[in-house]
Design a protein around this ligand. Structure first.
Ligand code: 2AM
Length: 184
Protein backbone atom coordinates (compact mmCIF):
# COMPACT_ATOMS: atom_id res chain seq x y z
CA UNK A 1 0.00 0.00 0.00
CA UNK A 2 1.36 3.46 -0.89
CA UNK A 3 2.10 6.06 1.76
CA UNK A 4 -0.34 8.85 2.43
CA UNK A 5 0.50 12.52 1.97
CA UNK A 6 -0.66 15.53 3.92
CA UNK A 7 -2.47 17.64 1.32
CA UNK A 8 -4.42 20.83 0.89
CA UNK A 9 -5.76 23.04 -1.89
CA UNK A 10 -4.68 26.66 -1.76
CA UNK A 11 -4.04 29.86 -3.66
CA UNK A 12 -0.43 30.83 -4.15
CA UNK A 13 0.19 34.59 -4.26
CA UNK A 14 2.60 35.69 -7.01
CA UNK A 15 6.25 35.48 -5.89
CA UNK A 16 6.65 39.26 -6.12
CA UNK A 17 3.74 39.77 -3.71
CA UNK A 18 5.08 37.07 -1.38
CA UNK A 19 8.33 39.04 -1.16
CA UNK A 20 6.50 42.36 -0.63
CA UNK A 21 4.47 40.81 2.19
CA UNK A 22 7.64 39.50 3.84
CA UNK A 23 9.21 42.96 3.70
CA UNK A 24 6.09 44.58 5.14
CA UNK A 25 5.98 41.95 7.91
CA UNK A 26 9.62 42.63 8.81
CA UNK A 27 8.87 46.37 9.03
CA UNK A 28 5.75 46.01 11.18
CA UNK A 29 6.33 43.12 13.56
CA UNK A 30 9.03 42.59 16.16
CA UNK A 31 11.32 39.64 15.47
CA UNK A 32 10.09 37.90 18.64
CA UNK A 33 6.38 38.31 17.78
CA UNK A 34 6.13 34.76 16.45
CA UNK A 35 7.60 32.28 14.02
CA UNK A 36 7.56 33.82 10.53
CA UNK A 37 6.23 31.75 7.64
CA UNK A 38 8.79 31.63 4.78
CA UNK A 39 7.95 33.64 1.64
CA UNK A 40 7.52 30.55 -0.56
CA UNK A 41 5.20 28.99 2.04
CA UNK A 42 2.72 31.90 2.04
CA UNK A 43 -0.63 30.62 0.74
CA UNK A 44 -4.35 30.94 1.27
CA UNK A 45 -5.88 27.56 2.06
CA UNK A 46 -9.12 26.70 0.26
CA UNK A 47 -9.59 23.18 1.63
CA UNK A 48 -7.47 21.14 4.02
CA UNK A 49 -7.53 17.44 3.10
CA UNK A 50 -5.38 15.87 5.82
CA UNK A 51 -3.49 12.61 5.24
CA UNK A 52 -4.60 11.24 1.91
CA UNK A 53 -3.78 7.98 0.09
CA UNK A 54 -2.51 8.04 -3.50
CA UNK A 55 -5.86 6.72 -4.75
CA UNK A 56 -7.82 9.34 -2.91
CA UNK A 57 -5.42 12.05 -4.08
CA UNK A 58 -6.07 10.99 -7.67
CA UNK A 59 -9.83 11.03 -7.15
CA UNK A 60 -9.73 14.47 -5.49
CA UNK A 61 -7.49 15.86 -8.24
CA UNK A 62 -9.88 14.54 -10.88
CA UNK A 63 -12.82 16.27 -9.21
CA UNK A 64 -10.83 19.50 -8.84
CA UNK A 65 -9.89 19.34 -12.51
CA UNK A 66 -13.56 19.36 -13.44
CA UNK A 67 -14.26 22.64 -11.69
CA UNK A 68 -15.38 25.23 -14.21
CA UNK A 69 -15.13 28.57 -12.55
CA UNK A 70 -13.88 31.96 -13.69
CA UNK A 71 -10.86 33.51 -12.04
CA UNK A 72 -11.27 36.46 -9.69
CA UNK A 73 -9.34 39.30 -8.14
CA UNK A 74 -8.10 39.05 -4.59
CA UNK A 75 -7.36 42.14 -2.54
CA UNK A 76 -5.36 41.49 0.63
CA UNK A 77 -6.25 44.49 2.75
CA UNK A 78 -6.92 43.09 6.22
CA UNK A 79 -4.82 41.59 8.99
CA UNK A 80 -5.45 40.24 12.44
CA UNK A 81 -4.43 37.82 15.14
CA UNK A 82 -6.19 34.71 16.39
CA UNK A 83 -5.09 34.23 19.94
CA UNK A 84 -6.39 30.66 20.22
CA UNK A 85 -4.53 29.33 17.21
CA UNK A 86 -1.69 31.78 17.95
CA UNK A 87 -1.37 33.09 14.40
CA UNK A 88 -1.15 36.48 12.77
CA UNK A 89 -2.84 36.50 9.38
CA UNK A 90 -3.45 38.54 6.28
CA UNK A 91 -6.89 38.48 4.70
CA UNK A 92 -9.47 40.38 2.75
CA UNK A 93 -12.24 42.63 4.04
CA UNK A 94 -14.51 41.65 1.14
CA UNK A 95 -13.92 38.06 0.05
CA UNK A 96 -14.86 37.83 -3.65
CA UNK A 97 -17.75 35.52 -4.42
CA UNK A 98 -15.48 33.42 -6.66
CA UNK A 99 -13.17 32.72 -3.73
CA UNK A 100 -16.02 31.58 -1.48
CA UNK A 101 -17.55 29.44 -4.25
CA UNK A 102 -14.24 27.76 -5.01
CA UNK A 103 -13.52 27.01 -1.35
CA UNK A 104 -17.07 25.71 -0.78
CA UNK A 105 -16.83 23.43 -3.77
CA UNK A 106 -13.42 22.02 -2.83
CA UNK A 107 -14.51 21.57 0.78
CA UNK A 108 -17.71 19.78 -0.32
CA UNK A 109 -15.76 17.51 -2.66
CA UNK A 110 -13.28 16.76 0.13
CA UNK A 111 -16.08 15.98 2.61
CA UNK A 112 -17.82 13.68 0.11
CA UNK A 113 -14.50 11.91 -0.44
CA UNK A 114 -14.19 11.27 3.28
CA UNK A 115 -11.75 14.05 4.25
CA UNK A 116 -12.83 15.53 7.55
CA UNK A 117 -13.85 19.18 7.15
CA UNK A 118 -13.94 21.48 10.13
CA UNK A 119 -17.42 22.78 10.93
CA UNK A 120 -15.85 26.23 11.41
CA UNK A 121 -16.87 28.70 8.72
CA UNK A 122 -14.28 29.41 6.02
CA UNK A 123 -12.11 32.38 7.04
CA UNK A 124 -9.88 33.06 4.06
CA UNK A 125 -6.43 33.95 5.38
CA UNK A 126 -2.72 33.76 4.77
CA UNK A 127 -0.83 32.85 7.93
CA UNK A 128 2.09 35.23 8.44
CA UNK A 129 3.32 34.32 11.93
CA UNK A 130 2.83 31.17 13.96
CA UNK A 131 3.23 30.47 17.68
CA UNK A 132 2.60 34.07 18.70
CA UNK A 133 3.02 34.14 22.46
CA UNK A 134 1.19 37.36 23.21
CA UNK A 135 -1.10 39.89 21.56
CA UNK A 136 0.70 41.90 18.90
CA UNK A 137 -0.11 45.30 17.42
CA UNK A 138 -1.67 44.91 13.99
CA UNK A 139 -0.55 47.57 11.47
CA UNK A 140 -3.24 50.18 10.76
CA UNK A 141 -5.34 49.81 7.59
CA UNK A 142 -3.88 51.25 4.42
CA UNK A 143 -1.81 48.32 3.21
CA UNK A 144 -3.04 46.20 0.34
CA UNK A 145 -1.88 43.74 -2.29
CA UNK A 146 -4.10 42.91 -5.24
CA UNK A 147 -3.67 40.09 -7.71
CA UNK A 148 -5.64 38.00 -10.20
CA UNK A 149 -6.30 34.45 -9.15
CA UNK A 150 -6.09 32.36 -12.32
CA UNK A 151 -5.37 28.96 -10.77
CA UNK A 152 -5.38 27.02 -7.54
CA UNK A 153 -2.82 24.53 -6.34
CA UNK A 154 -2.76 21.12 -4.69
CA UNK A 155 0.02 21.30 -2.08
CA UNK A 156 1.80 18.69 -0.05
CA UNK A 157 2.90 19.63 3.43
CA UNK A 158 6.29 18.05 4.12
CA UNK A 159 7.93 18.15 7.54
CA UNK A 160 11.64 17.48 7.55
CA UNK A 161 14.69 18.74 9.46
CA UNK A 162 12.41 20.59 11.85
CA UNK A 163 10.81 22.61 9.04
CA UNK A 164 7.51 22.44 7.21
CA UNK A 165 7.64 23.01 3.49
CA UNK A 166 4.63 23.30 1.22
CA UNK A 167 5.33 21.75 -2.18
CA UNK A 168 3.00 22.44 -5.11
CA UNK A 169 2.03 19.09 -6.66
CA UNK A 170 -0.53 20.08 -9.25
CA UNK A 171 -2.03 23.30 -10.61
CA UNK A 172 -5.63 23.77 -11.74
CA UNK A 173 -6.50 26.62 -14.08
CA UNK A 174 -9.58 28.72 -13.52
CA UNK A 175 -11.27 29.93 -16.68
CA UNK A 176 -10.66 33.48 -17.87
CA UNK A 177 -12.73 36.19 -16.26
CA UNK A 178 -15.56 37.08 -18.64
CA UNK A 179 -14.91 40.28 -20.56
CA UNK A 180 -17.52 42.72 -21.84
CA UNK A 181 -16.37 42.02 -25.42
CA UNK A 182 -17.15 38.30 -24.94
CA UNK A 183 -20.83 39.09 -24.47
CA UNK A 184 -23.10 38.50 -27.43
P1 2AM B 1 -3.34 27.78 9.08
O1 2AM B 1 -2.37 28.51 8.21
O2 2AM B 1 -4.41 28.66 9.62
O3 2AM B 1 -2.66 26.94 10.11
C1 2AM B 1 -1.53 23.59 5.76
O4 2AM B 1 -1.47 23.13 7.07
C2 2AM B 1 -2.61 24.63 5.62
O5 2AM B 1 -3.89 24.03 5.90
C3 2AM B 1 -2.48 25.81 6.54
O6 2AM B 1 -2.81 26.98 5.80
C4 2AM B 1 -3.52 25.57 7.62
O7 2AM B 1 -4.11 26.75 8.11
C5 2AM B 1 -4.57 24.82 6.85
N1 2AM B 1 -5.38 23.98 7.72
C6 2AM B 1 -6.72 24.02 7.82
N2 2AM B 1 -7.17 23.09 8.67
C7 2AM B 1 -6.09 22.44 9.13
C8 2AM B 1 -5.88 21.37 10.05
N3 2AM B 1 -6.91 20.76 10.64
N4 2AM B 1 -4.63 20.99 10.30
C9 2AM B 1 -3.58 21.58 9.69
N5 2AM B 1 -3.71 22.58 8.79
C10 2AM B 1 -4.94 23.01 8.52
Amino acid sequence: MSESKRLFFAIEPPAKIQRQIIRWRAEHFQPDAGRPVAAANLHLTLAFLGDVSADKQQALAKLAGRILQPGFTLNLDDAGQWLRSRVVWLGTRQPPRGLLQLANLLRAQAARSGCYQSPQPFHPHITLLRNTRHAVAIPPPGFHWTFSVTEFVLYESVFSNGRTRYTPLQRFALSEQPRISDEV
